[in-house]
Write a protein of this length. Structure first.
Length: 337
């Protein structure tokens, strides 16, 4: 693609390009056209003061106004921003970047996946001169994409997809058939899959050719350096070589990876384990060796399946009671299989 802004940002790191993509500078410059009350209301509504969004009622109490009056001011303020003479010029680089990323990832990107990529990309280009909280920066990007870019659409009311972004004129109805068929196939297989294996399943679905016909050809830009960031849970090369499919899976509801990169339905204990016994199973399966019950407990807490910590005693009790595990030494257990 001629004048590809992704390549320009990652390879050349031109200062003028960086300035035109700084979401906080862009929003603050647009807010200069607003009155102080208008700035405050928008900042609180879209979490531009801190990472927490505030409700109309909460903001109304601060300003001694009704919820409806706050809503009116919010709408009027957004209209005022959109009427700024050079707003399209100020947003042009962000618009191009979003368009390129959407094309590179199959036209549909789950909200946080897109915002994470844009945030990490800017952080990498700044080479450490990034002085903002990443979650706060994402809120500024979300505000721009959701409220100011007329050619980008946020879709947040779907029973099959998480909130995602797409180009305004792009139809996505064909994706629903793909989701239904994929979920049915996973239910039939009844096993977790590494992402490459999940892609193979996807490619063999009856509705996959229609997906290929609708998706634009990507530039195949190397984004491994972006995906190496701790923000992304899986191996960078896996995501990079499967960008379109990975982006699609991020958008699908109820199908996710577990802590070890195995994908499946959220209802499965191997994906979102709630019981200690299921967490033990995942640890032993991943480690592929017998372990002492105290080491299993330590590993469970290190992995952090959820916010709950477990004790060695609790783990030992589960190992004794669950017939999936067998004692192979003093306090040492293995999977019976």
């Amino acid at each position: 693609m001629e004048n590809n802004i992704i390549k320009s940002l990652l390879q050349d790191k031109r200062k003028e390009e960086l300035n035109s993509l700084n979401a906080i500078k862009i929003v603050n410059s647009l807010f200069d056209k607003l009155q102080e009350r208008e700035k405050d209301i928008l900042s609180r509504r879209f979490a531009l003061k801190d990472v927490n969004y505030q409700t109309l009622e909460e903001i109304g109490k601060l300003h001694n106004l009704t919820r409806e009056r706050i809503r009116q001011i919010e709408r009027a303020s957004l209209k005022k921003i959109k009427k700024i003479d050079d707003i399209n010029v100020r947003l042009d680089s962000v618009r191009k970047l979003v368009s390129e990323l959407l094309k590179e990832h199959g036209g549909v990107m789950e909200k946080d996946f897109l915002l994470d990529i844009m945030t990490v990309m800017y952080f990498k280009a700044e080479e450490g001169n990034f002085n903002f909280d990443k979650n706060l920066y994402k809120n500024y990007l979300d505000f721009i994409l959701s409220e100011l870019l007329d050619d980008v659409e946020k879709v947040d009311k779907s029973n099959k997809f998480n909130t995602f972004f797409k180009l305004k004129d792009q139809a996505v109805d064909y994706l629903e058939n793909l989701v239904d068929e994929l979920k049915g196939k996973l239910k039939e297989l009844k096993q977790t899959l590494y992402f490459d294996d999940l892609v193979n399943v996807l490619k063999n679905l009856k509705s996959f050719p229609e997906y290929c016909r609708r998706v634009s050809e990507a530039e195949d830009i190397d984004l491994k350096e972006i995906f190496k960031d701790e923000t992304f849970p899986e191996w960078a090369d896996v995501i990079d070589r499967n960008k379109q499919y990975y982006s699609f899976m991020q958008a699908v509801k109820d199908i996710n990876p577990n802590k070890f990169g195995l994908w499946g339905n959220d209802e499965w204990a191997e994906i979102k384990p709630k019981r200690i016994a299921d967490k033990i199973f995942l640890i032993l399966k991943e480690e592929k060796r017998p372990m002492h019950f105290s080491d299993i407990a330590k590993k469970i807490n290190e992995v952090g399946f959820d916010k709950k910590t477990v004790s060695s005693g609790s783990v030992h009790n589960e190992l004794i009671l669950d017939d999936r595990y067998v004692l192979v030494g003093r306090g040492v257990y293995a999977l019976k299989k």
